[in-house]
Write a protein that binds this ligand. Structure first.
Ligand code: 3HC
Length: 301
């Protein structure tokens, strides 16, 4: 069934090669998903060759884990590895039909990426953004073809959570939206078509939880107590574990976007700001029930 308000599915264009801009943890998770579900060539990039090599290493290790769990055959593992390549040049995206960016959560950086990509890709290529909170319309505004830009927002862990928010900007055309929804279907995700509004739909709720709970910790409640106190709500994971899964820097950026839009309903924690500025886990570096709070992303800061 097509999502409410979706264009006709036959408007979708075929996708035979995918580009992922970025080679960090989110980009790696996306590359793996595209390889597994679309089985087409996937190219990832980053600012330097070292980051690209690290990103490819991450995807290879995740493929090996799937092989170890017998989720995929060794033929598939070898095929996925062969389909993955890396670059530091946007010119190498020229033959992609669908490019998704997963770079730093800052509007100017994302606009720069799209402006650079637009010089190389074909007119039919979709430019998707995995932004957690920024305006898709603003990201597209200065491009020659803003109608090809669409939001394609995944949830962590990408391999496990079925939801995908597809965000139509003010200029996004029907062909782009239909292609995004068709890709979502191939990825076996449940796509919802949502409005381009600060943090869209899901993060408005999730980040409200982390914003309020980090503020409670600023006010003196220990992290373990805050997590334990919320346990009766039946959340799938305690808020500070979620914060580490999402990454404190991403959580802070989304909170700031929501704070700018809606004020004190989304308080910005001074502890979270200090932690991200110091690039250290700080007071959130505690354990509960033997589970480490510190995510790989935080460790890598
Ligand atoms: N990374 C990758 N895979 C993970 C993982 C992780 N961090 N955590 C668990 N998994 C995998 C496991 O390996 C397992 O896979 P398998 O079946 O292949 O072995 C599968 O998930 C289930 O794991 P568990 O049996 O341990 O299941 P749990 O019941 O503990 O569920 C969970 C794990 C699905 C992560 C669950 O705790 C959950 O849903 N948590 C909430 C996550 C959430 O809210 N995410 C949204 C964050 S917001 C976001 O990402 C948007 C951004 O813009 C900010």
């Amino acid at each position: 069934k097509k999502p409410a308000g979706a264009p006709e599915p036959w408007l979708a264009r075929p996708v035979t090669k995918v580009g992922v801009v970025g080679a960090g943890l989110m980009a790696g998770q996306l590359a793996l998903l595209f390889l597994r579900r679309l089985e087409v060539p996937v190219i990832i990039s980053d600012l330097d060759a070292e980051r690209v090599t690290r990103g490819i290493g991450y995807v290879h290790s995740e493929i090996d884990k799937l092989l170890g769990k017998r989720r995929i055959s060794s033929d598939h593992a070898n095929r996925f590895k062969a389909l993955l390549s890396g670059t530091t040049e946007h010119a190498d995206y020229a033959d992609c039909d669908f490019v998704i960016e997963a770079v730093f959560e800052e509007l100017a950086v994302k606009k720069e990426v799209f402006a650079s990509l637009e010089k190389h890709v074909s007119d039919a290529c979709v430019l998707a953004t995995n932004t957690s909170s920024l305006s898709v319309s603003a990201m597209a505004a200065d491009l020659a073809r803003p109608e090809r830009v669409v939001g394609f927002h995944f949830f962590n862990p990408v391999a496990v959570l079925p939801l995908l928010e597809v965000i139509r900007g003010t200029a996004t055309d029907d062909e782009t939206t239909a292609t995004a929804l068709s890709v979502a279907k191939s990825l076996k995700k449940n796509a919802v078509l949502v409005k381009d509004a600060p943090a869209f739909v899901v993060n408005r709720l999730l980040i409200r939880t982390t914003a309020v709970i980090t503020k409670a910790v600023d006010d003196g409640t220990p992290v373990e107590v805050a997590d334990a106190a919320l346990r009766p709500l039946g959340l799938p994971m305690p808020p500070f574990v979620l914060l580490q899964l999402v990454g404190p820097a991403v959580a802070l950026h989304v909170t700031e976007t929501l704070h700018a839009a809606f004020g004190e309903r989304y308080p910005v924690s001074t502890n979270l700001q200090a932690l991200v500025a110091a690039r250290k886990p700080g007071i959130y570096d505690v354990t509960a029930e033997g589970k480490p709070y510190v995510s790989e992303e935080t460790r890598a800061l």
